[in-house]
Design a protein around this ligand. Structure first.
Ligand code: ADP
Length: 339
């Protein structure tokens, strides 16, 4: 892939619909405090004709980290190159991006917590002094050359801020944590994106789709696309409350936004394991899946929704989970016995 192509391209391995992604900060919904702080930093950098400081975004998937990495360079009027942490296996994978930087360009590194130590250490001088040390030649002819870089802005994104080392974290002048979206903000995203998808949606249907979208814009977009398809094939293209409910029911997404896998987890914990406490390995084995899938993809939302507790003795279903699954808790159920 040519460099021109990379610079103008959307990020790789991103299955989001680019047409739904806001391209300016003003088009982004929610995250108001974050946007306000970024706008001040951008304006100040522009007034000083200086490069914008490095920015680190952390937060769960689908909340807008990559979207910010699209919008910020657009505000600055500079190009952006998208890199992914796991693809940077050695310093040589990063060097071409650094040496070919355009003035004040943005470099975006997704999943930055996954870059190896050797690459991380290489980035320290690049971020701090805009220079890198390159060893040219081999054996006794090897020489270290100091290569000056054009000033640039690094935007890092991570779902695991805790896995970043202190020295790397400290080199970001701006650090922003992205929170889950309110129902109002998510409803607004659904409404706007329905317009972008050229499909009519009633207000109550937009609320319904948003309410089942786990407070996450990427999930809302996926639900909306499915509801749009359903409306097109079964309801003359218009999304009413009834159509939205029918579509989501068919996709097995319930009123809390749980999908089939989430409910299988709860069913295993509640019906098979009497509500716990049960080790995640036991739950995974009963569900015929692996613990990583449960820990990464299923449990975060169940924990956030207060449907399960993670205790030293294992997972426990909460009274809310029993109620949601229409099950009576056993008399000796231990919920509430843990701090
Ligand atoms: P992340 O990089 O955090 O995983 P993305 O930035 O890729 O998440 O967001 C996923 C999708 O959600 C985007 O394509 C965009 O359509 C939508 N989205 C995210 N944040 C916002 C926002 N603040 N306003 C409107 N849409 C958003």
């Amino acid at each position: 892939m040519s460099r021109e192509k990379i610079l103008s391209n959307t990020p790789p391995a991103d299955d989001d619909d680019p047409s739904l992604r806001p391209s300016k900060l003003a088009e982004m919904v929610g995250q108001r405090d974050v946007i306000a702080r970024l706008q001040i930093a951008i304006q100040a950098a522009q007034q000083r004709e200086d490069v914008l400081g490095h920015i680190l975004f952390d937060g769960p998937p689908g909340l807008g980290k990559t979207t910010f990495a699209h919008c910020i360079p657009a505000e600055l009027g500079v190009p952006v190159e998208f890199l992914s942490g796991p693809s940077l296996k050695a310093p040589k994978d990063l060097v071409p991006s650094l040496t070919n930087l355009r003035p004040k360009q943005v470099l975006f590194i997704d999943e930055i917590h996954r870059i190896p130590k050797s690459v991380e250490e290489y980035m320290y001088t690049a971020m701090e002094d805009f220079r890198i040390d390159m060893i040219l030649g081999e054996g006794i002819n090897a020489r270290t050359h100091n290569f000056k870089l054009r000033p640039f802005t690094l935007i890092g994104a991570t779902t695991r801020a805790g896995m970043l080392t202190g020295p790397l974290r400290d080199r970001f002048q701006i650090r922003e944590h992205l929170d889950f979206y309110t129902l109002d903000d998510l409803t607004e995203i659904v409404r706007r994106n329905a317009t972008k998808l050229k499909v009519e949606i009633t207000d109550d249907a937009a609320v319904e789709v948003a309410a089942r979208s786990r407070s996450t814009p990427r999930v809302a977009n996926n639900r909306l696309r499915w509801v749009r398809d359903f409306a097109q094939s079964k309801a003359a293209g218009k999304i009413t409350l009834e159509v939205a409910q029918g579509a989501l029911q068919m996709a097995e997404i319930d009123a809390l936004g749980l999908d089939r896998q989430d409910r299988r987890y709860l069913d295993t914990l509640i019906r098979v394991c009497f509500g716990g406490p049960t080790g995640i390995g036991t739950i995974a084995a009963t569900m015929n899946t692996v613990t990583d899938t449960l820990a990464d993809e299923v449990e975060p939302f169940l924990l956030r929704s207060e449907l399960i507790l993670r205790t030293p003795r294992g997972r426990i279903a909460t009274p809310k989970a029993f109620a949601h699954m229409n099950h009576e808790p056993p008399a000796n159920h231990p919920t509430g016995m843990f701090d």
